[in-house]
Design a protein around this ligand. Structure first.
Ligand SMILES: NC(=O)c1ccc[n+]([C@@H]2O[C@H](COP(=O)([O-])OP(=O)(O)OC[C@H]3O[C@@H](n4cnc5c(N)ncnc54)[C@H](OP(=O)(O)O)[C@@H]3O)[C@@H](O)[C@H]2O)c1
Length: 291
């Protein structure tokens, strides 16, 4: 199966390359090689490679900066996703569009189903929702939207690598305890996406690791696991703080746990609990760092 991956240099893109099944032929492109905003270039690249599957792991992901760069966020996350879906349609390729829990407002207190009403609180979430809608409208018979959340990986900068740095540098840290979601190892998502390439379900799907946590719970686990595997040398106090004590330009959902039941059934796979995934990621991170 020939697969075109856009966003190959991002943390999800790198994990997809890392766990590529042997029977898949993969062309992975970063933004230097293919800019999603350039509709004609996207069409030409897709036509030349003629993939059977296209995975869009590319995005404008600067959640706070998006509040003042609305046009830039929509150009990549909205129109860019539409450009790719249109090109996928022209060659009959199955097209996976990765999206986010930030399409929801977090007012619910049970996990969000794929068909629950989206209501983004910020520009990033709105631009990703636009991408979902434009891609599905352009190619309803060939697009799958996969919403995920709280991604981290041994590759790139993310909450886990930031926490490890701060825990080594500071005497104490405060972490938001009133936002709840599911930390998700990009590697777990990558494995699920490879399975999607085979099963090819269409429409909207949810995938994260299993379980729930606040950012504070996640930070406490990072410290415990980091001490356990020798990435951290000393323990520091971690204070639970509230969102109002840590103001950010973009509002974030207070609750963004996704219901994955349908995806687990369709793909015939279930993810690990997020804490087990974290442990595996930290071991990999330690090995890479030592190399
Ligand atoms: N990170 C999270 O916590 C999170 C949570 C939920 C959902 N998601 C979604 O998951 C997906 C993967 O996220 P990630 O964390 O792997 O992102 P990331 O590490 O920020 O990587 C983003 C990728 O997009 C590429 N890109 C940016 N602008 C582009 C353009 N105009 N044309 C083509 N490529 C472009 C980047 O290329 P360069 O490196 O060359 O600039 C990079 O490869 C995204 O759809 C994101 O919205 C992420």
């Amino acid at each position: 199966m020939r697969v075109l991956l856009v966003g190959g240099s991002g943390q999800l893109g790198r994990e997809l390359q890392h766990c590529k099944p042997a029977d898949m032929e993969l062309l992975a492109l970063g933004s230097q090689e293919l800019d999603l905003r350039e509709a004609r270039l996207v069409a030409a690249r897709v036509d030349a490679f003629h993939p059977q599957v296209i995975i869009n792991a590319a995005a404008y992901t600067a959640v706070d900066r998006a509040e003042r760069e609305q046009e830039a966020a929509f150009a990549v996350n909205g129109q860019g996703a539409a450009n790719l879906a249109q090109s996928a349609r022209s060659v009959g390729a199955y097209c996976i569009q990765v999206s986010t829990d930030f399409v929801f407002d977090g007012a619910q207190s049970r996990p969000y189903l794929p068909m629950d009403q989206a209501n983004p609180l910020g520009v990033y979430g709105a631009s990703k929702l636009a991408g979902e809608q434009l891609a599905l409208a352009a190619y309803p018979e060939g697009v799958a939207v996969v919403r995920t959340a709280w991604l981290y990986s041994a590759f790139g900068n993310n909450f886990v690598t930031t926490m490890l740095r701060l825990m080594a540098e500071r005497e104490t840290i405060g972490v938001v305890a009133d936002q709840v979601g599911t930390p998700t190892w990009a590697h777990s998502l990558a494995e699920a996406l490879w399975q999607m390439c085979r099963v090819q379900p269409k429409g909207i799907w949810h995938w994260t690791d299993a379980g729930v946590a606040s950012w504070y719970d996640f930070a406490v686990a990072i410290q415990e696991e980091g001490l356990g595997c020798g990435l951290l040398e000393r323990e520091i106090p971690i204070r639970p703080i509230s969102t109002v004590d840590y103001p950010t330009p973009a509002k974030r959902p207070a609750y963004s746990v996704l219901d994955k039941t349908e995806t687990w059934a369709a793909l015939e796979m279930t993810p690990s609990h997020w804490r087990q995934a974290l442990r595996r990621m930290l071991l990999e991170y330690k090995e890479n760092r030592g190399a």
